[in-house]
Design a binder for this molecule. Structure first.
Ligand code: NAD
Length: 509
């Protein structure tokens, strides 16, 4: 359990009542003896609430409930499922100010981001529901000797494992697609930040038949294998770190459970000589680097800029960094919250120090909060200019508000630098010439390549999303994401060769 040696009550007016979440499976709430204690990253001594900590048997019971509900849910038409999901999504923004305050208090991020996190589940449900006509589409391979009808069938029970950073929206990239496809689901929220997600899932689930959607919180070591190494789980959709993804894949191999893995990235930004900087695209780049205190999978994590554009780029980012206000999410003046976890703060502090020690030009901005927030997991956002390319802040995912900026002279060199990474989630190309964007963009190794922007706000969610190389396996969203939750089914019907008489017969009509 999380250590809370000196708990104090949460002081945010939005959260006067203690927040406590149960398990929810088989259409009912379930209590537990053990609890996860959830604290505020801006003030770690402050308890935000507690979540049920399931036993292994309770996690198995949630899978059993989803298995029992599966035949009935799969037998409904896609149109019926679409109607129910639309109704379920209508619950997500009810009392959204309070829900966003809970998410910000447990996660650390600013209220606007938490509100948008909730909206993400609504928008993504709408997009999944919009695929209704394709869910049951079939294709026929003509005979003789066999006419094959290829359809897409639901898989069974799907486990969705959610990370801390954008838990509700990230869940939205898989949950409505898995349900639209006819599967039943067990969601496992992150143990350090489970409250808002569990509440959103329960409200959503209450609009669906019992057992179709379930949520189980607890310690990974206690409940992980019940939700993953389980022959009754057809697929696990995991979003999280590369190390976590490898562990899940190895656990899934024990039961031949399928996996979709949405993992970390080290996204490269390639700014060519002819790129044009505008207020808007610089705002988007700034958000795409520093949003959520740098804790977004598809944030820009390395910038390669043509040497002629470096000064202008640094000036644009500096202008925005100088306006950064570090603080708790409950303060409306805050523009950047703390890290979610202390270990991540220590890791990024180490990367920045390493860059300083190596002689890189490190520029830090903003002021660390004092007083009651002094113990929060805050860091001053920074720019790291001209670092040695072998430094960890360049080669690893920093997942924090700092960015290495490296110059290049020749476009081929720039492409090589961006691609020289074991990751491949998203990259971006910046150029005023659309043909160049198409040509260079096609050569950047990633699941998604942006043009003149970078980051989640500009991701076109109709497209498949996911990484290559160490950034993952499989795709979410769009029809590609929905098909990840279906099995192709081939039905071969015997078709006799037309007889000679049939062939000679005069056409009818
Ligand atoms: P994490 O791997 O620590 O945890 C992610 C989730 O997996 C949590 O719910 C955790 O409890 C669970 N988990 C981990 N090990 C488990 C086990 N053995 N059994 C059962 N559950 C287990 O990741 P995190 O720190 O929450 O998230 C940050 C990472 O996620 C970053 O690397 C980020 O880039 C990545 N991420 C990727 C995407 C994407 O779509 N590609 C989106 C968001 C975050």
């Amino acid at each position: 359990m999380t250590d809370t040696s000196t708990p104090t009550q949460h002081e945010d007016q939005q959260l006067k009542d203690p927040v406590s979440t149960p398990l929810y499976y088989g259409g009912q709430e379930h209590q537990t003896d053990q609890k996860l204690t959830i604290t505020n990253p801006a003030k770690p001594s402050e308890v935000v609430g507690e979540a049920a900590a399931a036993t292994r048997d309770q996690a198995l019971a949630a899978v059993a409930a989803a298995k029992e509900a599966f035949p009935g849910w799969a037998a409904r038409s896609a149109a019926e499922r679409a109607e129910l999901l639309t109704e379920a999504a209508g619950t997500v923004m009810v009392d959204s100010e309070r829900e966003a305050a809970i998410l910000s208090a447990e996660n650390g991020k600013v209220i606007g981001e938490s509100t948008f996190d909730l909206v993400g589940l609504v928008q993504r449900t709408e997009l999944a529901v919009g695929l209704v006509d394709q869910v049951e589409a079939t294709e026929t391979l003509p005979g003789p000797p066999t006419e094959v009808v290829v359809s897409h069938q639901p898989m069974g029970v799907v486990t969705i494992i959610v990370p801390f950073n954008w838990p509700v929206a990230i869940m939205g990239a898989s949950l409505p697609y898995a349900l639209m496809a006819g599967n039943t689901v067990v969601v496992k929220p992150p143990p350090s930040c489970p409250l808002a997600t569990t509440r959103a899932v329960q409200r959503y689930a209450e609009k669906l038949p019992a057992g179709v959607l379930n949520v189980v919180t607890g310690e990974d070591a206690e409940i992980g294998s019940a939700l993953v190494s389980n022959e009754d789980v057809a697929k696990v959709c995991f979003t999280g770190s590369v190390g976590g993804g490898k562990k899940i894949m190895s656990m899934a191999s024990e039961s031949l459970t399928g996996v979709t893995l949405e993992l970390g990235g080290n996204d490269g930004v390639l700014i060519l000589e002819d790129a044009e900087f505008t207020e808007q695209n610089m705002d988007l780049l700034f958000a795409g680097v520093y949003g959520s205190t740098g804790q977004i999978c598809m944030n820009a994590k390395r910038i390669y800029v043509h040497s002629s554009k470096k000064d202008e780029l640094v000036a644009e980012l500096t202008k925005r960094l100088e306006a950064t206000q570090l603080g708790p999410a409950s303060d409306p003046a805050t523009t950047m919250g703390p890290f979610h976890q202390k270990a991540q703060l220590a890791f990024v502090q180490e990367l920045v120090q390493e860059a300083k020690d190596s002689g890189a030009d490190v520029r830090e901005f903003g002021e660390l909060p004092g007083g009651e927030w002094a113990e929060g997991y805050f860091i001053r956002p920074s720019l790291i200019l001209d670092p040695d390319p072998s430094l960890r802040v360049v080669t690893q995912e920093q997942f924090g508000p700092t960015i290495p900026i490296i110059t290049f002279e020749d476009v081929e060199e720039g492409i090589r630098l961006v691609n020289d990474s074991p990751f491949g989630l998203c990259n971006s190309v910046w150029t005023a010439n659309e043909d160049t964007a198409r040509r260079v963009g096609a050569r950047l190794q990633a699941g998604y390549v942006f043009h003149n922007t970078h980051g989640a706000p500009m991701l076109d969610q109709r497209a498949p999303f996911g990484g290559i190389k160490q950034s993952g396996i499989g795709r979410e969203m769009g029809i590609w994401g929905l098909r990840e939750f279906q099995e192709p089914h081939a039905l071969g019907i015997e078709k006799a060769e037309p007889s000679a008489e049939d062939a000679d017969a005069p056409p009818v009509g």
